[in-house]
Design a protein around this ligand. Structure first.
Ligand code: PRP
Length: 208
């Protein structure tokens, strides 16, 4: 498996992901767990964030300190990526959120773009592409392509579950993109769903 894949080993990710997969988990709990997992995975995906020295005045004097230097944008892939935005905004309240609308054509499994309001020039230095599921990888590959054409230089993918096929495809198309996921599952089935997976993330998140 590609070296830019980071599968979380955090016990809380494992615990919450198990609850998320459970067929008995209802929509409300599914959304809550997805929010919490996004926060934990965002923590891991930002471990190499660039810092600049920044001294601060404490009540006792001056302390050396740091401030995050990179302007961060999160790019949720509609619809299911929306369920990861809240958790990330808790950790990074000032992030820019740029939505990309894609759906998978059910017959071809190819992504079809339907929403993109990115401005003319890039406004961020680090993009976190959010989608709970990396299945064939088509949606992530298309989104990273859109961001690169926009001018984004540093891009990471943050998701909950990946199939080996999706990781390989994303890595082959964009080897510079780090992939952060909660778990690497066994395989894709013949209709492009991750097995054992968690079902259809968008449907479970939005009750459809
Ligand atoms: C699902 C999922 C990902 C995509 C992953 O979305 O949420 O966006 O498929 O598949 P891929 O890696 O093979 O591209 P879907 O097209 O069902 O849209 P939705 O989120 O609106 O339900």
């Amino acid at each position: 498996m590609s070296s830019n894949l980071q599968v979380s080993s955090h016990p809380l990710v494992k615990h919450k992901l198990t609850r998320l997969r459970d067929i008995a988990t209802d929509h409300r709990n599914f959304r809550e767990l997805a929010r919490e997992l996004a926060l934990l995975l965002c923590y891991e995906a930002t471990l190499d964030l660039a810092l600049a020295p920044s001294a601060v005045q404490t009540p006792m004097g001056e302390a050396a300190g740091w401030e995050a230097r990179e302007v961060i944008g999160v790019v949720p892939i509609l619809r299911a990526g929306l369920g990861l935005v809240d958790g990330i905004q808790e950790l990074l309240p000032n992030v820019q959120v740029w939505h990309i609308g894609l759906y998978r054509d059910e017959a071809t499994l190819r992504p079809v773009e339907y929403y993109n309001r990115l401005p003319g020039e890039p406004t961020v230095q680090l993009c976190l592409v959010l989608d709970p599921m990396l299945a064939t990888g088509g949606s992530a590959i298309a989104t990273v392509g859109i961001l690169k054409r926009w001018g984004a230089k540093r891009i990471k993918f943050v998701g909950i579950l990946a199939a080996p096929e999706g990781v390989e495809a994303l890595h082959a198309a964009h080897p510079d993109v780090d992939i952060h996921v909660g778990e690497l599952d066994e395989r894709l089935n013949d209709i492009g769903f991750i097995v054992p997976g968690l079902g259809d993330a968008g449907d479970r998140m939005f009750g459809t």
